[in-house]
Write a protein that binds this ligand. Structure first.
Ligand code: ADP
Ligand code: MG
Length: 263
């Protein structure tokens, strides 16, 4: 199972100057006459969290969807471990170890936690058409205890859980199946302070496992608290890269709005 992959080797590779885990080179995407991305470059290392920020319409969701195989890029290249990849669908991306948490979470409310973790990827008892519920329960319990220990009961339908717990399940599902890259689009937009902290603890755990993570966020405090690097998009183009160590939120906001005045 992808969850079992250890990332020690990948970290070693990074230290030895191997290519970044994920790299977008000169990526453009047009929807008909609308240019959503123009010549965007971005890299994400193994064990790195990149916050992707920008105003509404800057192209953040389009960028995630291109990496997730939802949209095909118009030009440019996407490389995984230094190899060019073509993704015609989210299934292709999933096969490469890329998972996405969308804003609407895509959970099935009537199903319980275990069923949601294995949605579309149910384990089967060998050669007979029964689900291996025992094994799924066992694996789900392991994932939840490690990544989302505040989720109380795996047999509850997820409709009975809080917003933060539901978000934790969606993120845990991505961590369960994503062996390389996890993409999160505004994961805390609907959450309170404590729940937001829980989601960002999950993000930190994914980083510790050696995954590359891209988080789209509007919240500067979140970006500064959780990201190793902050990449700004403006009108579909790269508009600066910042680190929490060397930069201030004001500098990032100036890049987002295109104003130099508050620098
Ligand atoms: N499916 C679509 N069809 C046409 N235009 C789109 C579509 N999705 C996004 N766009 C346009 O692409 C640009 C970037 O949008 P988006 O990636 O959603 O930005 P963000 O997530 O940063 O707000 C915007 O001008 C938006 O209107
Ligand atoms: Mg968006």
């Amino acid at each position: 199972m992808p969850f079992e992959v250890t990332n020690v080797e990948r970290r070693r590779d990074a230290a030895a100057g191997a290519p970044p885990l994920l790299e977008l080179r000169n990526v453009s995407k047009a929807y008909g006459h609308v240019s959503a991305l123009s010549g965007v470059d971005i890299t994400v290392g193994a064990g790195e969290v990149v916050a992707l920020v920008g105003d509404n319409g800057a192209g953040k969701s389009t960028l995630l969807k291109a990496i997730a195989g939802v949209h095909q890029i118009t030009s440019g290249e996407i490389l995984l471990d230094g190899e060019r990849v073509e993704m015609a669908s989210p299934t292709d991306a999933a096969r490469l170890g890329i998972e996405t948490v969308y804003q609407d979470l895509a959970l099935c409310d009537n199903l319980d936690v275990t069923a949601n973790l294995y949605l579309g990827r149910e384990l089967r008892v060998r050669r007979i058409p029964f689900l291996d519920r025992v094994r799924m329960e066992r694996e789900a319990a392991k994932v939840i205890s490690e990544l989302a220990s505040t989720v109380p009961n795996l047999q509850k339908p997820v409709s009975a859980l809080s917003g933060g717990q539901r978000q934790a399940i969606a993120v845990a599902r991505a961590a369960l199946w994503g062996s390389k890259v996890v993409l999160l689009d505004e994961p805390t937009a609907a959450l309170g302070v404590a729940q937001t902290r829980m989601v960002y603890e999950l993000v930190a755990k994914m980083r510790d496992r050696g995954l590359g993570v891209i988080v789209v966020t509007h919240n500067m405090a979140d970006a500064f608290a959780t990201a190793d690097r902050i990449v700004v998009l403006r009108l579909g183009r790269n508009a600066g890269e910042f680190t929490p160590q060397s930069n201030t939120p004001d500098q990032v906001v100036a890049a987002i709005t295109g104003s130099d005045t508050i620098r």
